[in-house]
Design a protein around this ligand. Structure first.
Ligand code: RIB
Ligand code: CA
Length: 310
């Protein structure tokens, strides 16, 4: 029996690679994909997800979700991934129709249909998840686990000095999720920065696979590559969502996880969106999440290459 996954995404250039890994993995069935505004406005994220699904030859349903955070204006990351989110390389990213249904309602339905076995993976802001929990709090105990690409275990942010983008877009949604009682597992941007950077040599090696998915995977990182060179100063481009989904599928991607108590900042203009992780347990609060604190680049790369094969 295949494991059942539901993926929530703000589809841009790294999300797309995460969708490829999931849609092409033989051990899992993606029962639904919900799209949320984040990296790009909602409609762009929907088109990017539909385009990626088509490349994978998949018929997994894709549903549009929230176009705005719970109570804030949307702040996108088009400066990171491009205006279209896919590297602005001229892909035909319009005119595809999403499946009929709302991502929030479809997540709730899937939690009930696959009670106890549904694995939820979030690759963007948590707006859809928070709305689903508000609409039906019982899903918190029906969803087996929720793997979140978000936050940073070392508190070195990518959108402010201390906040990671997905959490920063909608901190109020993070607060709802942290208080929901769901089994939460965080794969932070620190894991991407340390264990999912694709160097120039690896990029060349992936492109040399010479498959449509490998070429697509490299081509759409054009704008991200520049952002990493000039802003985050990494030794290549990093793939946060792909390493998060790889961990969700194969726990062996992580070589250290820790239980911690997490709190999100929703008020301070300096630290809003920061997910404070009580590393030393000084708050003496019971843990509310598992946090991946170290991972295996080699295991991740092997899963990525398997997904990109013809
Ligand atoms: O901080 C990295 C996260 O923000 C990734 O999910 C990326 O796609 C953006 O959504
Ligand atoms: Ca994302």
């Amino acid at each position: 029996m295949k494991r059942k996954f539901f993926i929530d995404t703000d589809t841009a250039s790294d999300d797309a690679v995460a969708l490829i890994i999931a849609l092409r993995h033989s051990d899992i069935e993606v029962v639904g994909i919900g799209v949320v505004a984040g990296n790009v406005p909602l409609e762009m994220g929907v088109q990017n997800a539909l385009y990626t699904r088509e490349l994978c030859g998949s018929n997994t349903p894709i549903y549009a979700g929230a176009s705005q955070p719970l109570s804030r204006e949307l702040r996108t990351a088009q400066f990171v991934h491009g205006i279209d989110g896919m590297g602005d390389i001229g892909l035909d990213l319009k005119g595809r129709q999403p499946d009929v249904g709302d991502a929030v309602d479809e997540l709730i339905k899937s939690a009930h249909e696959f009670e106890g076995v549904l694995e939820l993976v979030t690759l963007g802001p948590l707006t859809n998840i928070a709305l689903a929990l508000q609409r039906d709090p019982t899903i918190a105990n029906k969803i087996k686990r929720c793997v979140v690409m978000g936050a940073v275990a070392d508190h070195i942010g990518n959108v402010t000095p201390v906040a990671e983008f997905n959490m920063w877009v909608d901190p109020e949604a993070v607060e709802v999720v942290l208080h929901s009682g769901m089994n939460l597992e965080f794969v932070g941007w620190d894991i991407s920065r340390k264990f999912a950077v694709i160097t120039q040599a690896e990029s060349t090696m992936l492109r040399a696979m010479n498959t449509p998915l490998a070429t697509f995977t490299i081509d759409i990182q054009r704008v991200l590559e520049k952002f990493c060179e000039n802003e985050t100063h990494l030794a290549g481009f990093d793939l946060p969502d792909p390493i998060a989904i790889a961990y969700a599928i194969n726990a062996g991607v992580a070589d250290e996880v820790r239980e911690m108590h997490l709190v999100v900042e929703t008020h301070s203009p300096t630290t809003e969106g920061m997910v404070v992780m009580d590393t030393l347990g000084v708050l003496h609060q019971s843990p509310n999440a598992l946090v991946v604190t170290s991972a295996r680049h080699d295991v991740f790369m092997s899963m990525l290459m398997d997904a990109l094969e013809a």
